[in-house]
Design a protein around this ligand. Structure first.
Ligand code: HEM
Length: 249
């Protein structure tokens, strides 16, 4: 049986992961069934504990990889999220699929051979959020993988070339001062947990893969949130958006 460990900051094994249900990050390694040589950040342990281990746990060499976490959303027959519906919002939609497997790793991932489609993104630093906004978000937001959060939304978004032609300060003005993206979003914390993945730099079909988790009783609040954001000026710069809703199996 292969073994995997979560490492602490000094590289010492902090927790042994005995099966794939304990940490979604290791799922791919476990289903591979071979010697597990990779342990990286686990979203259940919070950001900022991202380490890559190479070799067996006994002869481990780890290198910090900052706060980057590569995440693939693999549509196919595996995964703990059942696809309830895929709705095109703007532009081309994505093909139907039964499930989505969320695969996390510290390094870029290759294509899964039998996937129906696959999207990859990477977590990153904030671009538009001010110090005070970060403080408020951190005080209010909840992490992913809460037991009660049995619904999720994956909303891949691409923005227009006009958006990308703007300067950083012009984009911030549209994003927050005009569209109030953060101010609106904060109203829905902590009920809605979120993680933003950047895909533009990975030459993917979308610029962002946005991921949200919430309890079934907060589904209506989530609908209201997306309706409000889609009516803002920021969304006039969105030229492709697909809304994928999921239930935890
Ligand atoms: C749960 C409430 C939400 C909060 C608190 C929130 C907060 C944020 C924050 C702080 C950023 C800026 C990150 C940065 O500085 O780079 C951001 C970016 C983004 N959010 Fe949200 N958001 C929420 C809901 C949503 C929803 C429902 C969608 C999609 C329908 C969405 C789509 C995006 C996109 C695409 C970006 C990237 C924008 C860009 O860089 O051009 N957000 N969000």
């Amino acid at each position: 049986m292969a073994k995997a460990y979560i490492l602490n900051r000094t590289g010492k094994p902090k927790m042994e992961i005995r099966d794939e249900t304990q940490c979604p990050l290791t799922r791919r390694a476990f289903t591979g069934g071979s010697t597990v040589a990779l342990v990286a950040a686990c979203s259940c342990m919070g950001q900022g504990q991202h380490y890559k281990a190479v070799g067996t746990p006994e002869a481990v060499m780890q290198e910090p990889v900052g706060s980057l976490l590569y995440v693939s959303f693999v549509a196919g027959s595996r995964g703990m999220w059942k696809i309830d519906r895929i709705s095109p919002v703007t532009g081309a939609t994505l093909p139907a699929a039964p499930r989505i497997d969320v695969v996390e790793s510290a390094t870029p991932q290759s294509r899964v051979a039998d996937s129906l489609w696959q999207l990859q993104g990477v977590t990153s630093n904030v671009r538009y959020t001010t110090h005070d906004e970060v403080t408020e978000l951190e005080a209010k937001q909840e992490g992913l993988n809460r037991p009660e959060a049995r619904r999720a939304a994956l909303i891949p978004i691409r923005k227009t070339s006009a958006w990308w032609a703007l300067a950083q300060d012009e984009r911030r003005k549209i994003f927050e001062e005009t569209s109030h993206h953060i101010a609106i979003g904060i109203e829905y914390l902590p009920q809605i947990a979120r993680r933003l993945h950047h895909s533009r730099e990975l030459a993917e079909p979308f610029d962002f893969l946005t991921w949200f988790e919430y309890a079934p009783k907060h589904s209506d609040a989530f609908e209201e949130l997306v309706r409000r954001l889609r009516s803002t000026k920021e969304w006039t710069y969105v030229d492709r958006e697909v809304d994928i809703r999921l239930s935890r199996i």
